[in-house]
Design a protein around this ligand. Structure first.
Ligand SMILES: O=C(O)CCC(=O)C(=O)O
Length: 227
């Protein structure tokens, strides 16, 4: 693995997310074509609600170019320090806000790689993170996490006012995050998203149990669980 991949793995451990600018720029045109082939948008291009399709890797071999890239393999190798598996993949047409949430809180770390096929900015639904909120060792788990999720009642803040890092992204960028980290998207307009989730080869009984739960939860709660 390269020094860059080790550095990204360190960013993931410390902050819970990393922005890989242009990491899929060579594939983005193919991904767009594959997305539009697989997911159908209404004629006016504006769906009423979000649409998710799971297991898109089966239908979209083009996404496999990103999953199997040296960069993704290197980051997973540096982060998990063992072989990894792709647990799920999904394509989403996202509309509106995604409230503050973590994708469940697991002792076993999981990474989610996401690609937005439309530019996202602060004012059009860019993904945002509370840095470090994935870490049980710095006291985030419990009260502080609940306050962020209940930001309106507990903190008197609108979702978009919670102090956070907004990751504005351009087509071809990849955003990767530890799925324990608190994340959200506010002021959202329509955005096409491709994503896949990875875990280090589960070895212990706890890792195997977490991996099964994680897999099931993604199907039960949809691609973007809230609260
Ligand atoms: O873009 C969004 O609406 C947020 C997506 C999200 O939470 C996720 O992909 O896990």
């Amino acid at each position: 693995m390269s020094p860059r991949e080790v550095e990204v793995a360190r960013q993931l451990a410390v902050f819970g997310f990393a922005h890989l600018r242009g990491a899929a720029s060579e594939t983005v045109a193919e991904l767009r074509t594959a997305f539009d082939r697989t997911m159908s948008l209404p004629a006016d291009g504006v769906p009423d609600e979000r649409v998710t399709k799971f297991d898109v890797l089966a239908e979209m071999p083009e996404l496999g170019l990103v999953c199997g890239s040296d960069l993704v393999r290197g980051i997973c190798g540096a982060f998990f320090e063992r072989d990894h598996q792709i647990i799920t993949s999904d394509a989403n047409i996202l509309v509106g806000d995604s409230y503050w949430h973590s994708d469940g809180f697991y002792e076993t770390p999981f990474l989610r790689f996401v690609l937005y096929l439309d530019a996202t900015t602060h004012d059009t639904g860019a993904l945002r993170f509370v840095p470090g909120s994935h870490r049980a060792d710095n006291g985030w788990l419990g009260e502080p996490t609940r306050h962020v999720i209940r930001h309106e009642e507990d903190l008197g803040l609108a979702g978009g006012e919670v102090p956070a890092v907004v990751v504005e992204s351009r087509p071809g960028d990849v955003i990767v995050f530890d799925t324990n980290v608190l994340h959200a998207a506010w002021h959202g307009s329509v955005r096409r998203q491709l994503a896949f989730n990875c875990v280090g080869e589960p070895v212990t009984a706890a890792e195997q149990r977490d991996t099964r739960r994680y897999f099931l939860n993604r199907y039960v709660s949809g691609s973007v669980p809230i609260g």
